[in-house]
Ligand binder design. Structure first.
Ligand code: IFM
Length: 447
């Protein structure tokens, strides 16, 4: 018997991103992105992997939508590659047009993310997310995408995980464009937020009935002890990871304590008068990407070397006890409950879990992939999500990351997040046991 039933109309989905699955990097007028450049630089990506082939979704999208239909997905979150739509190119939009039609024909709601990290390289050459021109160009791109697809896209996600683009891209340099420039990440974060705000306005102008969101990687940040130093370290990380993004979007202001913490590294002069008004244009639902909690304490020494939290050195990340995924991320669904109820308490906003899932070392054998650890991970997190609903959180949907095994950025193909296994030699897709399990959850609207 189903113990936990989700609300009627709950969106059951799966998510992917363009560069991680599409391949076809040199067709139909696509221009190079910062990830093509990053992958071409020796030593940046594990095993020298690149997204050039990936899961060949650009060619195999019909087969992939067929799998989604088989699973009974109600929604599919994909990203549009800006590099395919750059400089007025329309052939890239033709592809997304076909994909969206295919989804609609299968009864699956298209959820389109406009930016999932693949900035056109020529924009990076002009300053990337450190340049104010980039969010302005992004608004034009958002207009073009919404004019073409806005009649069918059920929900728009403007930017995905701006924390990663800003601080892994421009502060620590672990991700493209590999700029280890410390405080530059704060400028990038502001311009990504501005891109979100301008795209929100652009999408609404082009498609007045559109629902608009953004997908933030929000963490449950916990202090390793109650000592004032550890509590303060946790406050600072919570500030840069969570509140730096959610406060301007939902409250129209940067958090005072974060402004104060970072004054030694930036004067925030990149924020212009009307920016926060644009950034806080109302959204319909907040997208939350959650994987694991963060356990934080004070460190005896300040950080040396690349560090993605500018203005907050002297912080140590500890391992939350518990089982680990293949990413070495702790499985702790209570973090999801904590995060969702915190968003309810502090912001009272409708939320959608736009990513949640786990990598394991799955092996396909005899047409089957047994992945009990992933089932346990998803089961635990869905139960936590349901508990959050019971506690009053207005949770509208859940997207498993990911539909397909894919290119896990700097870690390459070694980390498999899919509920569908991809054999990269043959491109054969195999439903993992977790996909069948998820299909049953969707069918029952609960677990
Ligand atoms: O693969 C990524 C995705 O692109 C963004 N969110 C986290 C996932 C797992 O690392």
């Amino acid at each position: 018997m189903t113990q936990r039933r989700f609300p009627a109309g709950f969106w059951w989905g799966a998510a992917t991103a363009a560069y991680q699955i599409e391949g076809a990097v040199d067709v139909d007028g696509r221009v190079p992105s910062i990830w093509d450049t990053f992958c071409a630089e020796p030593g940046r990506v594990a095993h020298g992997d690149t997204g050039a082939e990936a899961a060949q979704h650009y060619r195999r999208y019909r087969e992939d939508v067929g799998l989604m239909r088989e699973l009974g997905l109600g929604a599919y979150r994909f990203s549009i590659s800006w590099a395919r739509v750059f400089g007025g190119e329309t052939r890239g939009l033709d592809f997304y047009d076909r994909l969206v039609d295919e989804l609609c024909a299968a009864g699956i709601k298209p959820v389109a993310t406009l930016y999932h990290w693949d900035l056109p390289q020529s924009l990076e050459d002009g300053g990337g997310w450190l340049a104010r021109a980039t969010p302005e160009r992004f608004a034009d791109y958002a207009t073009a995408a919404a004019e073409r697809l806005g009649d069918r896209v059920a929900l728009w996600c403007t930017v995905n995980e701006p924390w990663c683009s800003a601080f892994l891209g421009y502060s620590s340099g672990a991700h493209a464009p590999a700029r280890a420039e410390g405080a530059a990440g704060l400028t990038a974060a502001h311009h990504l937020l501005l891109a979100h705000g301008l795209a929100n306005l652009a999408v609404r102008a082009a498609a007045p009935d559109a629902l608009v969101s953004c997908a933030l990687n929000q963490g449950a940040v916990r202090a390793v002890s109650d000592s004032p130093a550890d509590l303060d370290a946790a406050r600072r990380i919570d500030g840069l990871l969570n509140r730096l993004f959610v406060d301007p979007i939902l409250r129209g202001a940067y958090p005072e304590d974060v402004l104060e913490d970072t004054r030694t590294v930036t004067d925030w002069s990149f924020v212009q008068d009307a920016d926060l008004k644009a950034i806080s244009t109302p959204i319909d639902v907040l997208g939350v990407n959650y994987y694991q909690p963060d356990l934080v304490g004070a460190a005896a020494e300040p950080q040396t070397g690349p560090w993605p939290f500018p203005g907050s050195t002297g912080v140590a990340f500890h391992k939350t006890p518990g089982p680990l995924t293949e990413m070495d991320w702790t499985v702790d669904p209570s973090g999801l409950f904590e995060l969702l109820t915190r968003l309810k308490r502090d912001y009272d906003v409708p939320v959608m879990i736009t990513e949640n899932g786990a990598a394991y070392a799955d092996v396909a054998a005899d047409g089957r992939v047994a992945d009990p650890d992933r089932i346990a991970y998803l089961d635990g997190h869905l139960k936590a999500a349901h508990d959050a609903i019971t506690a009053g959180v207005d949770l509208r949907g859940y997207f498993v990351w990911s539909l397909l095994d894919n290119f896990e950025w700097a870690l390459g193909y070694g980390k498999r997040f899919g509920i569908v296994h991809v054999d990269y030699e043959t491109q054969r897709r195999t439903l993992k046991d977790s996909a069948r399990w998820y299909r049953d959850v969707i069918a029952a609207n609960g677990l």
